[in-house]
Design a protein around this ligand. Structure first.
Ligand SMILES: O=P(O)(O)OC[C@H]1O[C@H](O[C@H]2O[C@H](CO)[C@@H](O)[C@H](O)[C@H]2O)[C@H](O)[C@@H](O)[C@@H]1O
Length: 278
């Protein structure tokens, strides 16, 4: 399940105090396999089933994603799953929230500057010869996808500078990801979101599972929380596309399939301990 004695002792702390543990998990590339069309992504069923086993055993299970909360709930199929009655989904990097317990969404109003910025994107893409790039509208953010273009990496490089300049003119920032450039408001990221829910839940152990650059702030916060006396375990969903997280992680698994297996093994071990204790 883990690699090395340090990772093992960090996992042991989780196993010994599951009720004080919060697990935060990313969606795309971690719970859901990467697919060309973002509307066709779906959570790996084995991973959802494993989370449903972990739900009653852990203090908190939270999906922390760049997706709008409503999209993540729909694509994840999280509503009404036995075992996930207390799941929390933090969407748009923590700006939005869904609580399974109440089935309520908290979705703040969209920033005014998004519509103005969006209007400038199609002519900019055309000028750069990238008019076929897919534009994903997320209400409070806009994502330009290059995965479906003939040369995704070259298109990403072509668009990176001009989209960053456009974002800056509208007081927004660019969040790069796997063949995506996402333009959104500054001020909140997955680290801020994770720290807030850890404090809200009074968690003493934090596990975070992620795969992409947008997960780095959460990885850094877990590191900081360790220096503040909490337990922390970092799991990387590795891929050939992004390597920024693997060197920081305690556990490296191969993509959403590996994540699902790791979650199943965690559930197996926690259920075995609970059975021994009863
Ligand atoms: O925080 P996450 O849950 O990882 O969401 C981040 C972005 O993920 C989505 O894009 C990624 O997944 C797509 C579907 O598999 C894929 O086509 C794309 O290339 C990936 O980068 C999503 O579309 C974005 O809105 C999210 O910001």
């Amino acid at each position: 399940m883990t690699s090395g004695p340090r990772a093992r002792s960090r996992l042991d702390a989780v196993l010994e105090h599951p009720g004080q543990t919060l697990i935060g998990i990313d969606f795309d590339g971690t719970l859901a396999p990467i697919v060309p069309d973002p509307d066709h992504a779906h959570a790996e069923p084995r991973a959802v089933a494993a989370l449903a086993r972990l739900g009653p055993l852990l203090g908190t299970v939270a999906v922390v994603t760049g997706r709008p909360a409503q999209t993540a709930v729909r694509l994840g199929g999280f509503r009404g799953v036995a075992g996930l009655e207390h799941l929390v989904v933090l969407g748009q990097y923590g700006v939005e929230r869904w609580d399974a317990a109440t089935d309520e969404f908290v979705i703040p109003p969209e920033p005014d500057q998004v519509a103005d910025l969006e209007a400038e994107i199609p002519p900019l893409l055309d000028r750069l010869g990238q008019g076929a790039a897919r534009v994903e509208h997320k209400g409070r953010a806009v994502v330009v996808h290059t995965r479906q273009l003939p040369d995704p990496d070259a298109s990403f490089d072509t668009l990176s500078g001009p989209l960053t300049a456009l974002a800056e003119r509208h007081a927004m920032v660019v969040e790069p990801g796997k063949n995506v450039l996402e333009i959104r408001s500054p001020g909140i990221d997955k680290g801020v979101a994770l720290r807030a829910i850890v404090a809200e839940r009074g968690a003493r152990q934090v596990v975070f599972v992620g795969d992409d650059l947008g997960d780095l702030p959460a990885f850094r916060v877990v590191d900081q929380l360790r220096t503040e006396g909490l337990g922390g375990l970092l799991v990387c969903s590795a891929s050939h596309e992004e390597d920024a997280l693997s060197g920081l992680a305690d556990v490296v698994v191969q993509g959403p399939d590996g994540v699902a297996t790791w979650l199943e093994e965690l559930a197996d071990e926690l259920e075995a301990r609970a059975a021994r204790a009863s």
